[in-house]
Design a protein around this ligand. Sequence first.
Ligand SMILES: Cc1ncc(C[n+]2csc(CCOP(=O)(O)OP(=O)(O)O)c2C)c(N)n1
Length: 685
Amino acid sequence: MSTVEQQCVDAIRVLAMDAVERAKSGHPGMPMGMADVAFVLWTRYLRHNPANPAWPNRDRFILSAGHGSMLLYALLHLSGVLTLEELQNFRQWGSRTPGHPEHGHTPGVEITTGPLGQGFAAGVGMALAERWLATYFNRPGFPIVDHYTYAIVSDGDLMEGISYEATSLAGHLGLGRLIYLYDDNDISIDGPTDLTFSEHVRKRFEACGWQVLEIDGHDRVAIDQAISEARAELERPSLIICHTHIAYGSPGKQDSAAAHGAPLGAEEVRRTKEALGWPPEPPFYVPPEVYDYFARLRERWAEHESKWNATFAAWRAAYPALAEDWDRAVRRELPPGWEERLPRFDEAAPIATREASGIVLNAIAPAIPWLIGGSADLSESNRTYLEGFPPVRRGDYSGRNIHYGVREHAMGAILNGLALHGGVIPYGGTFLVFSDYMRPAIRLAALMRLPVIYVFTHDSIFLGEDGPTHQPIEHLPSLRAIPNLTLIRPADAAEVAEAWKVALKWREGPVALVLTRQKVPHVTGEAARALARGAYILREASRTPPELILIATGSEVALALQAAERLECEGVATRVVSMPSWELFAAQSPDYHEAVLPPGISTCVVIEAARLLGWERYLGPHGRGLGIDRFGASAPAPVLAEQFGFTVDRVVALAREALAMDEAAGRPPVLTAAGGERPAKHHPE
Ligand SMILES: Cc1ncc(C[n+]2csc(CCOP(=O)(O)OP(=O)(O)O)c2C)c(N)n1
């Protein structure tokens, strides 16, 4: 092994140590321990071009153990992407070197990582996207999509349950171009892993259909051989177990949990540099030979891309129509004419919004070939299946239906991986109540502003007999609490079609479509075109300004309309606002807000079959809410409606209360959530 290579590896260690020392916080141990592995992977195998992080066929590299961010930043610095100054600003306000890697913030960072297990699982989505695109776009002699997906994963990644789900699915699908390098250093935060983690990792991954290789993670010849073997195995994903020492090279802190997440300390840094034969001063010193080494590599990396560009140009000339698809798919554009396929619904027949969603999806799917999706074993319930298209299977990835199995956690992260990879438009479905199982991935999708579409059905207690375990109560407010996530709860089939339009065009972050199990009447018709504005006047009051505004979402819009009829008969001028999406409404102009919800009108009643957290903002000082403050119950939906007070009588009574409050000025605003008496068999109170 040449001296300059050793210098490169040690430069990574030194930069990690010095940056953490300067920031007075961070994780030096992991980058120091994995420097050899990362160096070999990055310089000898990773087919990428740091000068163009958007090259579509680059190998993907995920640092799933995101706490080791300095490993990635050091490599990006040596590769000419980040300046030394940026490393010196590690973890500081406004820097491109935040504590954990952030996609979209730092060039070359493929994915935001930090919550352990998420990067691991998202990699499966990237590898799946690669196979899908290869099947769709490659032609004999033109392998325009043929990259690998690599990740560095840690003990913490493997301990998190999501990694099991992802491992299982990756093995099942035979994703051979997925290669994970496991930093097996026997240390986590609380101490040695013999406190917590004694399973047989090799057997676990082999049982899931992976090739498992095991090496000394500081032996660069062995690392090289193992990666080469992993690449040669195209039928199974590979796990390379790398036995490493955390904080390798530090005389006092190597193999110690103390090196995981704290600066080594000035004296220990000095001793480590001495042990490595490194000049103790200045900090962040990198020998010119190391920069020269990487400068030569940069030429080679650029060649990878220019070679691919030549193949791509020839492919484009040979298959111009396919190339048009490529352009659209990679830019996440939609083919012309897809909207014309949107169905019209028979207004006489009530239809569940999940059912309408399935019809919409199936109508548009043939026009958007790279719209691929599935469900966590609920495709029949979620209506996510694309009829006439095969499932994605091991060895045949041409299908458009992804069967995630009962793996919501992994599905959430895999959707992120698919979206991050690009070229496909991913959607995934489950019951709204199980969105909890996907929440960490949804949060990351929102943080990264990924265009992922969720199809969450069975959206309220009105799913009925399955009872409180399956009836979402707190999920609407809890999802609305996530910034950048657009939640749309359509009132009927016409709003569903509009919601899909928004979801497919939306590029600012994930979109959650929240849909009913039960049938609902057609109540919006042409008015649904305003769905993209988030809220709109569905029924105007007999006199303006109205005395009362009823605001409702989803299945409760029909109830609001019925109540409005009654109130109008009783002489109350009542407006009904359908508000399928807070987020879309929030983005409208103040003028539009005032047109829908005039500021002078203080009497509103909100109807939503969920906890009403947050609705205060739309209620006005004397508003009332009809929501649900406790868990649901197992019973037929009409009984639940009666018991939980989702009736015209109840809405009218609340409206009367609100109007009375309005008259008795000076009374405090109240947000009440009604809920029927709990059936006695459950937890008598
Ligand atoms: C989901 C999640 N839980 C907890 C943490 C906090 N955390 C960061 S690293 C880590 C474990 C460290 O062990 P390991 O993965 O082996 O990393 P190493 O100590 O080898 O750097 C934990 C618990 C996290 N980042 N994500």
